[in-house]
Design a protein around this ligand. Structure first.
Ligand SMILES: [Zn+2]
Length: 564
């Protein structure tokens, strides 16, 4: 409760007390309640008391929403005896939830011993409940004086419930002489969206595998389930392609074994890794070793001596399609994720394809009238190959303009391509175009989801922020990914993604600092229902969560401005 609310509530209670005092005095004087004056005063007093109760109730709703992020669908706090956990915590779980039981045991404070068994008398029972059918991630969590029961539609759902329980214990439990006392609660929960992602960019600044694992640990706590890795850009090509060792030569990169290890680790946290190989723009790291894949008009006199961000793969060079097919084949085999991101953004079409004699001949041959139509030809080389492998391609959505007004897609995206909206101010158009064309849509609008943007004016030296606009915690929180204000269909919106473009993110500590607390806001946008999301509640709930991030040694920006 803030100072304003306390003052308001105090005034209401003071007025109620004065009215009650006058009423009682009048009652004593009149010896009963029969006169006209008295009934008027009775009404006034009732109104005042009701107002006070409403104010109290509305304030306490915000104040009493427990510090759970993302906020669950339904939280019913019981006024009953607490659950007492003594020195040894006993967890009961079937074999197919052994991983979730081990994860729970690892979250419990170190001074408390844990045992995992099938004992029906355990303190915490984990189980699969096939009657939970709202989603694969639906769960219930029950804390009573008899013990704690977690039921989930799947192991992933049970894992989500364990993270909710962890937050409940961290923020609500107290230590008593009998043991740890956990207040009773009944929680029912299921996500709003199935795709809840963060994106790291090791292409710009390499991030070692242990650092990414640490990042995954924190994502999982807040129910993110996708990590997109931007593995190739102008600055670097970071993943081993066994048939093309030249692509990664002399650069820090991940071997395929590194990636397998990371995928396994992420899977233990129910996080799927979506690889991104950005083509046909953002490809200097490829072109540096493959000049035969360049457009004919490109001046290569300073080639290899300075970074180029304005070159593209030539659409008419057959070597381009052989090389990209090799890369995408190996990526498809390596990553179990059904999704493969192929970029498709920020290509300098007019200065590459638009001025390349080979690409212009191709354009004429295909009967195209615009250079951007060549994009359709370029990507058509890969769709069938990916479909045959059961993969779903993702692209950053591009239109005929980079800011409003835009009227159409840059080129006709096939219906089975999932698109990501990202350019600031173009999301309403993206929602409209995807709804009309049947493409699924992931929401990463720059004005809410670009976590490489500075969080506050002057927060970090501007040279490191390279002139990007400010994106405050409140900007990250106050939006509805369903964009109800557009009155457009939103069933095709599958989720949200926070992006950390890596130009100024030189290590994982900086990545954490830029991610939190804004990712807490995004976690709630992706998971919680709109009626459970209020800024005043959120800005109160984040404090215990931030305190525990600090205990775990996770860097984050203190959002001092929201305490004003
Ligand atoms: Zn060309």
């Amino acid at each position: 409760m803030n100072l304003q609310s306390i003052i308001l509530l105090s005034i209401i209670l003071l007025v109620a007390a004065i009215v009650a005092y006058r009423y009682i005095r009048r009652q004593k004087r009149n010896g009963g309640c029969g006169s006209c004056n008295c009934s008027c005063n009775c009404n006034n007093m009732c109104k005042t008391v009701i107002l006070a109760l409403i104010a109290l109730a509305s304030q306490s709703t915000a104040a009493q929403q427990p510090a759970l992020i993302p906020y669950p669908s339904k939280v019913d706090i019981r006024n009953a005896k607490p659950c007492i956990i003594r020195n040894t915590l006993q967890i009961s779980a079937p074999d197919d939830l052994a991983g979730e039981a081990a994860y729970l045991a690892a979250l419990v404070p170190q001074h408390c011993k844990t045992t995992i068994s099938h004992s029906p008398k355990a303190d915490i029972t984990l189980r699969i409940d096939s009657s939970l059918t709202a989603s694969q991630e639906q769960y219930t969590l029950s804390v009573t004086h008899k013990g704690i029961t977690i039921s989930g539609a799947s192991p992933h759902a049970v894992f989500n419930a364990v993270n909710t329980l962890d937050q409940w214990i961290l923020t609500k439990a107290t230590t008593t002489k009998h043991g740890t006392s956990i207040p009773p609660v009944e929680i029912q929960d299921t996500p709003r969206y199935r795709y809840r992602a963060l994106m790291l960019d090791p292409a710009r600044h390499f991030l070692p595998i242990p650092a990414i694992k640490r990042y995954i640990d924190e994502m999982a706590r807040f129910k993110f389930n996708i990590l997109q890795l931007h593995l190739a850009d102008d600055q670097g090509f970071r993943i081993q392609i066994t048939t093309h060792p030249e692509l990664t030569q002399g650069q820090q990169h991940y071997t395929q074994d590194d990636i397998r290890d990371l995928i396994t680790y992420a899977a233990s946290r129910h996080i799927s890794i979506v690889p991104e190989i950005d083509i046909p723009g953002h490809t200097y790291a490829i072109l540096r070793n493959h000049p035969e894949c360049l457009c004919r008009n490109v001046d290569t006199t300073s080639w290899g001596r300075r970074l180029r961000t304005d070159v593209m793969l030539c659409a008419s060079a057959p070597q381009v399609y052989d090389l990209c097919s090799d890369i995408l084949n190996q990526i498809s085999a390596l990553f179990p994720s059904p999704y493969i991101h192929m970029g498709g953004d920020e290509s300098f079409i007019s200065t590459n394809w638009g001025q390349c004699p080979r690409c212009q001949a191709l354009k004429a041959q295909l009967g195209y009238t615009r250079d951007d139509q060549i994009m359709e030809y370029f990507f058509s080389h890969f769709w069938d190959m990916l479909r045959a492998k059961g993969k779903k391609p993702i692209l950053w959505v591009e239109m005929d303009n980079i800011r409003p007004p835009a009227t159409r897609y840059l080129f006709p995206y096939p219906q089975d391509v999932t698109l990501v909206t990202w350019r600031s101010a173009l999301t309403p158009k993206a929602v409209q175009l995807t709804a009309a064309s049947g493409n699924q849509l992931i929401m990463a609008p720059g004005e809410h989801c670009y976590f490489d943007y500075p969080q506050y004016k002057g927060d970090l030296p501007e040279t490191n922020n390279w002139g990007m606009p400010i994106l405050t915690l409140q900007d990250s929180y106050q939006w509805d990914p369903g964009y109800p204000q557009l009155n457009q269909p939103d069933e095709h919106i599958i989720g949200v993604m926070g992006t950390l473009w890596g130009e100024a993110i030189c290590d994982i500590n900086r990545a954490f600092y830029m991610t939190y607390p804004r990712a807490l806001a995004l976690a709630e946008a992706g998971w919680s229902t709109p009626d459970n999301r209020q800024w005043d509640s959120f800005r109160t709930r984040i404090y215990p969560i931030l305190s525990h991030l600090m205990h775990r040694g996770i860097p984050f920006r203190v959002p001092f401005e929201i305490g004003k």
